[in-house]
Design a protein around this ligand. Sequence first.
Ligand code: O2Y
Ligand code: MN
Length: 586
Amino acid sequence: MSTPLENFVEESARLTKPSKIVWCDGSEAENARLAANMLNDGTFIELNQKTYKNSYLHRSNPNDVARTENLTFICTHKKEDAGPTNNWMAPSEAKEKVRPLFAGAMKGRTMYVVPYVMGPATSPYSKVGVEITDSAYVAASMRIMSRMGKAALDRLGDSDNFVPGLHSLGDLNPERRFILHFPEEKLIWSVGSGYGGNALLGKKCLALRIASWMARDQSWMAEHMLILGLEDSSGKVTYMAAAFPSACGKTNLAMMVSALENQGYRVWTVGDDIAWMHVASDGTLRAINPEAGFFGVAPGTNAKTNPNVMTAVNKNTIFTNVAITESREPWWEGIDAAPSDGMINWKGEPWTPGSGPAAQPNSRYTVPALQSPSLSSHWEDPEGVPISALIFGGRRARLAPLVYESNSWQHGVFVGATMASETTAAATGEVGVSRRDPMAMLPFCGYNMADYFGHWLAMGPKLKNPPKIFHVNWFRQDANGKFMWPGYGENVRVLKWMLDRIEGRAAATETPIGNVPTPASLTLDGLSISRDTLDDLLRVDSGDWIAEDEAVGKFFEKFGDRLPAAICQEQKALATRLTRTSVVTK
Ligand code: O2Y
Ligand code: MN
């Protein structure tokens, strides 16, 4: 009798008609074969094997360079279960529409069966997925981003406890591109794209959209959060998880080289993008990183913004859509080296100054986590690491202070639910437009976000000592549009303030939005920042916040009656506090 996995493979093969089926085992030999085949057919371009050993460049189709939210659907029986912030199709309609795009799609191509574990191989909190794909690039990338091959097959055995995902490049025409999630039956279909979040199905599709649905049903949390450990001068490590919308520097924060290393403060990386968190038997919130690698954005990455990743990417790395120098090294805007003569741009054309960006703005490196010098020795702990702080953040030029602390779990959930970030030119072409992005999950929540807020509210009381919830904004600007906070390694000073708050050591000023550091409570030695700038960084302008609270109210209206009452209460309570002007030092 066939196993559920064999049935899935047979059914998929009947539909897509590949000329060959390869079951991936995740071995070195298989990886070498995949790379050799891809070098042969032009999918991979060899990089300088002296300076970038075992590393390759891949160029995606120029029309296929980023996640496509407009083509991403949550397919639930009831539209309300997907909610007003997701694209929705009924499951039967979605399958009727998209099945023909899979029919015969793998004719003349190889079908790769990619079994993978999201999470440490032996963790009870990990999940098995199986991606069927006709892209060798996807198979090789999944090997970096997950525990792929034998580890997954061993864990799965003959069981049906896996999330099936069917992926085909199709004809790469955006008109025939669909990323479909069926959370009720835990199924993923993706066709027409070979890029990133659309195609590496373990990442955004399984680990966030499908997992968030499972987490709600099973009382855990699947979040778009980095996980880091902050080591103090005594060697004690305190773990924090942080959610920022895309393009706010999550990977850089997770891999930060601390500016306070001389005082014994160091940052250890557990994960850079996704956290799965559960309530442990002792009532603490514990987090695992479901991924095994980093799929980070290349432009802007350099020895200052992320020295650890610059060290990590010089071997076993797949670069996608970066430029290549004459000496066959990867290059992107913002890398340390100046552009050189003879560079080839991300489309494979000769690059000259003035001919546009050499690297695609969303170009990426895919690198094993194990290669980062900052990797925590606890990153694969099967039970996860205990989380003491949850951090929300966004890019706000005017509004939000450098950091504030919420008053309670419920208030913290409200802070997360009201997150917003202003767009950068690289992301959308429009600068400074504010986009609401609750918990940085707007593109990734697999169900109605009103219910998601309810799930967050319900998790707090299950925790014996809930993490403190903070909000940060590294991006506040002065009247001349200049960033007031230096960012990068200096952000550790803000993490240290959070740690001091957790341990009851740091002072704060109570404001209508939450508790803001007193200037003296921040560790600023060695940093040249004027008192005026610091006051501006920490300022809470009631007028601006009243306007913000009104915008929040408008955003919440779209959820109608489904919005939890506690969230409405928090919104009204904030409005009331904002009308008061008294400021009390604690
Ligand atoms: O554009 C893509 O397909 C990648 S998006 C991405 C990649 C790594 C981590 N986070 C993200 C994101 O958009 O949040
Ligand atoms: Mn992300």
